[in-house]
Design a protein around this ligand. Structure first.
Ligand code: ADP
Ligand code: MG
Length: 206
């Protein structure tokens, strides 16, 4: 399986559709333990990416990742904006020139998630988007090492994302705005984990 920037318009449309379809649900999650703006921050970034889709799909790796990161950096406010920008800029730094195989993507994604951890000074178990991104990076690596076929690999990634988002429910938030609530954050799914899971599911089911 290879991943090409030419697929970008199709990907961004699928992501926008799923985020729009879950707008109310994500807003309720972020209102419960955050400030309620997460979905709008993300939609601003996705609209900017949609506007840049021709330019992005005409680029090759790793320039396309870099451009995605820069567009997000410039368009998204909130904690999630700089964290997603960090993710894509580090995908660029860790991808070689030309075609991207599942194995090279798994390597680059893992390095990019590590960069997000550093940027947000956060680890697994702090009730953030990382509780989806970290298990997804691990599932990618395990799947590639086990030579899973594309279908099995995508299924394993989707399962890791779904379990990851659900795992945030019983965590105490120790990063971001939700950390102000301490133990009162228990019982709510993290909004940023939810949107990460939705986006990964949309990408995996293309
Ligand atoms: P803000 O919190 O600034 O309003 P958003 O609402 O857009 O920003 O994003 C909130 C989401 O960002 C949270 O739900 C959480 O998943 C994620 N987040 C916040 N702080 C961190 C961090 N330090 N590391 C990783 N993810 C974080
Ligand atoms: Mg917010």
């Amino acid at each position: 399986m290879t991943i090409s920037p030419k697929q970008f318009p199709e990907l961004i449309t699928a992501i926008i559709n799923t985020i729009n379809a879950h707008e109310e649900e994500v807003t309720e999650l972020d209102q419960a333990i955050g400030d309620g703006d997460h979905v709008f921050n993300l939609q601003r970034g996705l609209t900017a990416l949609e506007q840049a889709q021709q330019e992005i799909s005409a680029l090759a790796w790793p320039a396309a990742w870099q451009k995605i990161g820069m567009v997000l950096m410039a368009s998204v406010g909130g904690a999630s904006g700089s964290l997603y920008a960090t993710l894509f800029i580090n995908l660029s730094k860790n991808s070689g020139q030309g075609e991207l195989s599942s194995a090279s993507f798994a390597h680059a994604f893992s390095a990019a998630v590590d960069a997000v951890k550093q940027r947000g000074k956060a680890e697994a178990g702090e009730k953030t988007m990382l509780d989806v991104l970290i298990p997804v990076a691990a599932a990618l690596k395990t799947g590639v090492d086990a030579s899973l076929d594309s279908e099995q690999l995508l299924k394993s990634v989707t399962t890791a994302a779904t379990e990851g988002v659900e795992s945030t429910r019983n965590m105490i938030a120790t990063k971001g705005r939700a950390s102000f609530l301490g133990e009162r954050s228990i019982g709510h799914i993290d909004a940023g984990a939810k949107t990460a899971q939705l986006m990964i599911e949309a990408i995996a089911s293309l």
